[in-house]
Design a protein around this ligand. Structure first.
Ligand code: NAP
Length: 280
């Protein structure tokens, strides 16, 4: 998605383990290379082939519950994989951009700035914090982008929270949603647009790229029901304690975007607009 926000003249190689499912593969800047970045030999070959000026590392074991249950795999993907990418990037002196999360924080404060101290509650958060620390050691220019609760039109199969809730609403399925955890939901196009600016201008340092609304997942779900004009829904608000999840999540998460607004001209859409883009 970052490719569509870069001007002509860039050649963008997207990558994943399983193949090219992107909706952007007809874009003229777009190429694809299939590689498992936790496989050092395959990764080395990929770097030799692409010789990237800029590496944008978004790949991860991204579901916190999976990371909690399969910690060795989470470490291999999120920490070891990032270190492998950094080592290869070093050989080509590439600028390195790493996508991170507000789950590196403990959720006591909320609306975290780039200067706040990470204190992850979950194994997922720990792996992302550890990967960030490795990125900060990189010597050829780096940027860490932290984001929060990404949503948008499903473009390669996987539902986001909003589209999943829309399915529950349309089918009248009963569903419990947490209402005491706060996030700043981020529309995927805002994130991609901000990352394209960072890549094009090689902006160094930590940047929060998130939405501006501070809401709970339940509030997001109710806004989705209102947008779809579903009044007799089966959505129920629950507390974190009632949910009894294996993974601890920040209560007051979310990210302050003042730095990105000032330095990247970042201007995200509001949640209502994001809903419309996601559901139409
Ligand atoms: N979603 C959110 O709300 C959110 C919030 C904050 C931060 N983030 C961060 O944003 C990034 C993307 O998250 P997402 O929710 O979009 O995750 P996702 O849908 O699970 O996508 C993860 C991607 O990583 C790739 N990947 C995983 N392991 C790989 C490996 N060993 N080699 C090559 N590719 C690999 C996957 O490719 P395959 O499918 O081919 O395996 C997939 O394309 C992650 O870094 C996550 O930590 C997400």
């Amino acid at each position: 998605m970052v490719a569509q926000f870069l001007k002509d003249g860039y050649e963008v190689f997207a990558s994943s383990r399983t193949g090219d499912l992107s909706a952007f593969n007809s874009h003229k800047n777009y190429r694809f290379i299939q590689v498992d970045f936790a496989d050092p030999f395959a990764l080395h070959d990929a770097f030799e082939f692409v010789q990237a000026n800029v590496v944008v590392h978004c790949g991860a074991m991204s579901r916190p519950d999976d990371c909690e249950l399969s910690q060795a795999e989470a470490f291999d993907t999120n920490v070891y994989g990032t270190v492998q990418l950094l080592l290869n990037a070093e050989a080509f002196q590439s600028f390195f951009i790493f996508l991170s999360t507000d789950f590196i924080f403990d959720g006591k404060k909320g609306l975290y700035t780039e200067l706040d101290e990470p204190a992850p509650l979950s194994y997922y958060g720990r792996t992302k914090r550890d990967a960030e620390e490795a990125v900060m050691e990189y010597q050829y220019g780096w940027s860490i982008v932290r984001t929060s609760f990404v949503y948008g039109k499903p473009i390669y199969g996987r539902n986001c929270f909003v589209s999943m809730i829309a399915q529950k609403l349309r089918s009248g399925t009963a569903f419990k949603i947490v209402d005491d955890q706060y996030r700043t939901p981020t529309h995927a196009t805002d994130l991609a647009r901000g990352m394209a600016v960072i890549a094009a201008e090689r902006k160094e340092g930590v940047f929060n790229l998130a939405g501006e609304s501070v809401v709970t997942p339940y509030q997001m779900a109710i806004a989705t029901a209102e947008y779809l004009k579903v009044t007799n829904h089966q959505l129920a608000a629950v507390t974190t304690e009632e949910l009894q999840e294996a993974t601890r999540r920040p209560a007051k998460g979310g990210l302050s975007i003042e730095k990105a607004k000032a330095e990247l001209n970042y201007s995200p859409i509001c949640f209502e607009e994001g809903l419309a883009l996601t559901l139409t």
